[in-house]
Write a protein that binds this ligand. Sequence first.
Ligand code: MG
Length: 215
Amino acid sequence: MRIYCDIDDVLSETAVSLCELAERMFGKRVAYADVRDFNLQRTFELTDEEMRRYMEAAHAPEHLTAYAPTPGAVAALRQLKAAGHEVEIVTGRPSTAWRGTQAWLEKVGLGDFAVTYVDKYGRPCPPDSNAPRMVPLAELLARHYDVAIDDSPIALKSLEVWHTTCVFVFDRPWNAAYRPAANMTRVKDWADILAHRLISGAACPVLYGCGKFLI
Ligand SMILES: [Mg+2]
């Protein structure tokens, strides 16, 4: 199977770290469980200039490499790859964050996985001639993945058009109000994802209804 796997808050505990960063930089204290809005500028009530500085700090290699891996994520990806699945890391981070991203992946033992940077959010990316290409969202959506795992309500909304893809909604406070589409299944953690028999590639919940199985 071809599998799309997001990074932030799917592979790494990014929001916890960003809550700490907002408190350190601006004295804004919001607990992880209270991050109900995917828009961090609104969550932390930051001005445009504060938000610019916040994102610059958040994408610096020293910050990106400090993220804790999400429990079970690294072992799950290693198992999926060992079982012969094509796992691609598909992130909405700006590709200018590639150094820190790659350093973190190597640090946690995922340095051999392909990373695709996608403009999931229509954000301008500062020029960096060394940065990997940012794939436009429309180009990503024209591709096919058997399985996709993401937590962002904005990204998930885009993935609603992938009718033959099994999309896992990784449970986070900011997507609690998001109503998964017909091609989606909400999961609470990596054990929950693997319980859908992904490693054997035996079955995909979104396809149960039409009796199809991914072998
Ligand atoms: Mg994410």
